[in-house]
Design a protein around this ligand. Sequence first.
Ligand code: MRU
Length: 350
Amino acid sequence: MIQTMEWTDRGVRFLDQTKLPTEEVYVTCTTYQQVADAIRDMVVRGAPAIGVATAMGIALGIGNSNAENVGELKQELDRICDTIAQTRPTAVNLFWAIRRMQEKFERVRVRPIPQIKQTLIEEAQRMHAEDIAANQAMGRHGATLMPASGGVLTHCNAGALATCGYGTALGVIRAAVEQGKELHVYADETRPFLQGARLTAWELMKDGIPTTVISDNMAGAMMKQGKIAAIVVGADRIAANGDVANKVGTYSVAILAKEHGIPFYVAAPFSTIDMEMPDGSKIPIEQRNTREVTHIAGKQMVPDGVQVENPAFDVTPAKYVRAIVTERGIAQAPYLESLQKLAQEPAHVG
Ligand code: MRU
């Protein structure tokens, strides 16, 4: 399985996703500030991976701390969490991970400092293992929704690279293929950062899953030609009513799916579901550097001085979502009730 990230004695080791698909390079972050930079610069990206990277960054920062008492250590924890919280606003997994690490700290703060440090390292490693188990469970549930054969379109990268392994949307596809379903993946290239062309294609090729890359504006034509039997994407944040924030362009795909009568599925772990967010209208949308739009591989593509927008995500209303696949089972409309019901199921899988 692809190692997106790994806890090591030297620090947190990431497969540098900015270099894929042409170079397979690993970087080791030895400070929490370096982990924050790796998240901001998308060395590591994808909501579940961002969550676990956050936990590992916190564990690393606390592990490196020279605090002499628990009060000082708590101040250090707050500083670390504030720094990482500034990196990427849309993926709720980041804030879920901060909260989980803070709660763990509070539960063990009466212990000696070396023990607190060790506990936080173990918690981050547990979250890593849980993420893979959740993806495998999602795969088992979601595979039942996939056709026996045919094209499945996905947007961005919701695969092993966006998680600690196996993937969410690509986990569903992997599980279906493992069950013998004959799927052919259509990967939207996903401008401007090209996660589909660079990352989804790379990891599916490694697994030998037939894949065709299309530019984003070809999706409608592929649907019209009958090449797409189902669509499955990931999510960065799902509101309590089932509205889904995911990579910009997902909304257009969902509308096209509706027009063509193609089921549009979302796969995401519970750490992506924000039950405190009533609907998608208030989900913070990250605005990224416009250079991602104006330049491709360092080459300028638009004239100097023109106005450019670069929202990294959009929100797909729940009415376009046929089902949400989670590690606890499949939710269908009305999502307020179905997600609430699943939220009450036991948290740990695998
Ligand atoms: O900007 P990115 O690459 O972090 O965006 C990733 C996505 O939009 C994914 O679809 C989402 O995080 C789900 S990943 C399992």
